[in-house]
Write a protein that binds this ligand. Sequence first.
Ligand code: BEZ
Length: 236
Amino acid sequence: MEEQQEIYAMPRINDDAPAFTAETTQGTINFPSDYKGKWVILFSHPADFTPVCTSEFMTFASMQDEFKALNTELVGLSVDGLYSHIAWLRTINEKIEYKGMKNVEVTFPLIEDITMNVAKKYGMIMPGESSTKAVRAVFVIDPVGKIRTIIYYPLSMGRNFDELKRVVIALQTADAFNIATPADWRPGDDVIVPTAGSCGTAKTRMEGKEGEMKCYDWFFCTKPLAEEKVYKAIKK
Ligand code: BEZ
């Protein structure tokens, strides 16, 4: 007989972030209520004491202040227990020197999820990849607890943390200026003026001032948005 695969829930963009209470390396957290008013990156990794995950934690922890400046908190998760988390983070801090990073302290909470309660709620277990480990999932959650971006990576691939920062900045900029961001957008690049009926709830082009707008066709218009303006609007 064919083996039946367990079906796991998959939250979707614009859903409310599923609520949970969990033990972490920084104490108990009630998610997402403890983070009301802040952006959060909730991310999972497959296992403590593994190389790709170690490189990721060192990189993310080294960028924590950059995320804090964007009113963004980091919360990690794996299906390991608290003592494993603590021992691994201590090893990273005391022993690992990698790409110029040394004595890295991970001060953001790392959730213990031995029961896979949280991992299953967030669709972090993908049995085709592994039924005993979480994949590298990333959920960007906004200050009212809505999921705004979801990205998944397989076990073998370390994430690009500059891209995750770009995602947070792009979401915050879209909210602050009612615009959308084109491919590979970075602060200082032109932004997209949404046409009627496109780009979610952003105001339509017809309602906006058309000042320095450049149109490539009727459905594709951009306008400049200075880098200073972006950072003034979104930086804490
Ligand atoms: C790693 O982080 O190196 C890793 C973890 C699980 C499977 C494969 C690689």
